[in-house]
Design a protein around this ligand. Structure first.
Ligand code: SAJ
Length: 403
């Protein structure tokens, strides 16, 4: 059985590799020639724990990478689903285009599995009409991905999965495919339930992070230590507060809750507030930076350095990262002065990016820890003489500023 995996990004590539490594015949397709060329030349397109090893295993089996879609019976779509900034509704154009391309070449009775996160009802409203127009007999399945960057390979094998389909027969057929690499429970349901479940999972996490962030603001206003308070509160058997931070980044948690706000505007007061709290964190960090500058008689923004550009620790993914969000809310002049360093991000991504850690340290007086990479934990002694604003609570030096 041959499977065409469409979209070789953060989800599609690990999925294609794990499927091939477990004996399935895979063609990975991406419209981006650079990605396909890299993969065909033995190079991965991004860094991820365990991915190199999986790539080697996959190459020993049956896998090809191409910019072309191929005619087969099973297609797996893992393309991005952004949201419209104005209406907050999902923008499913990439999924729609991928489905159209599949329909141009696929055989009758093919199965199209959509792994991309979509808001409840998107498949009914946007995808089914496209499929109907093709006059082909096609089965649609929604199998939303659940893997977390930084631990993707482990989670592909060990996270439970949801498969939404129109019939139990098709759901079971797809379950057999996922069972080749997934050792956890595979739950079968209908498509809309699967769509809603995925968005709910990420919204749940967003709301809980927002609670921690709101607590950080309350504690900061009253000179209380939010981390000590969370630590004590979490000793209660039914309390589990997450960690405050400089904001919520990534392409999932900072996006998916908006789908619900866009579709159910009158019913999503809590979800919307949580989004707003998390979106306000980069401005809160900036406010803290300004207070700290004043307290230490520093006036030049050029003396401030942001450590970390990726949205979370030990990954190179900078999408919607709190650092980018922060740079968005400051004026142009300040933006060109403030320094940024990230050991995972070698490509020039912002104005004043410094590529050498020692140069970065030498050029600033204040370091704002935005991302808790292991790299900074291992090199923490090198910044002990700096003024530090630690938004991730990883630094225990005397006098370190916190959120
Ligand atoms: N964050 C905090 N405090 C916390 C936890 C996270 O500020 O206590 C921040 C992170 O630093 C990051 C953001 O939130 O900026 C999101 O990071 P994350 O690690 O919570 O999640 P993602 O976006 O990397 O992955 C999520 C996961 N969803 C859930 O945990 C419910 C993952 O399982 C999904 O597959 C993924 O979204 C996705 O693709 O939808």
């Amino acid at each position: 059985m041959k499977i065409n995996v469409i979209g070789l990004g953060y989800i599609g590539l690990p999925t294609a590799l794990i499927m091939a490594a477990n004996g399935l015949d895979i063609v990975g397709t991406d419209i981006n020639k650079d990605i396909v060329n890299k993969l065909n030349n033995g190079e991965l397109s991004f860094e991820e724990n365990g991915l190199e090893n999986l790539y080697k295993k996959a190459l020993d089996k049956k896998i090809k990478f191409s910019t072309e879609y191929i005619a087969t019976n099973i297609y797996l779509i893992t393309v991005p689903t952004p949201y419209d900034e104005e209406s907050k509704k999902i923008d499913s154009i990439y999924v729609e285009r991928a489905v159209e391309m599949v329909l141009d070449i696929c055989n009758d009775n093919s199965i199209i599995i959509i792994e991309s996160t979509v808001s409840p009802g998107t498949i009914d409203r946007k995808i089914r009409p496209i499929v109907s127009k093709s006059n082909k007999n096609i089965n649609i399945v929604h199998a939303p991905e659940r893997i977390i960057p930084g631990n993707m390979v482990y989670e592909l094998e060990n996270n439970s999965r949801t498969i939404g389909a129109d019939s139990l027969e098709i759901a079971n057929e797809i379950k057999d495919i996922y069972s080749t690499f997934c050792n956890a429970e595979i739950v079968l349901t209908d498509i809309k339930t699967a769509e809603m479940t995925k968005v709910v999972e990420n919204t749940y996490r967003d709301i809980n992070i927002a609670f921690a962030n709101e607590l950080a603001k309350i504690c900061s206003s009253d000179k209380l230590d939010v981390y000590e308070i969370i630590n004590i509160a979490n000793k209660h058997p039914r309390v589990n507060i997450l960690s405050p931070g400089p904001g919520v980044g990534g392409h999932c948690i900072s996006v998916d809750p908006w789908f619900l706000v866009g579709d159910y505007p009158e019913l999503t007061k809590l979800i919307k507030s949580a989004r707003e709290v998390n979106d306000s964190m980069p401005s809160h960090v900036l406010l803290r930076v300004k207070e700290i500058m004043q307290e230490n008689n520093i006036s030049a923004m050029g003396k401030v350095g942001l450590y970390g550009l990726s949205y979370k620790e030990n990954v190179d993914d900078i999408r919607e990262s709190p650092t980018l969000q922060l740079l968005k809310v400051i004026d142009k002049d300040t933006k060109t002065q403030i320094k940024v360093y990230d050991p995972f991000v070698s490509k020039k991504s912002v104005d004043n990016q410094i590529h050498d850690f020692e140069d970065f340290i030498d050029s600033v007086d204040i370091i704002v820890i935005m991302t808790a990479h292991d790299h900074i934990k291992e090199n923490i002694d090198k910044i002990k003489d700096k003024i530090i604003l630690d938004t991730r609570n990883i630094c225990s030096f005397e006098g370190v500023y916190k959120l």
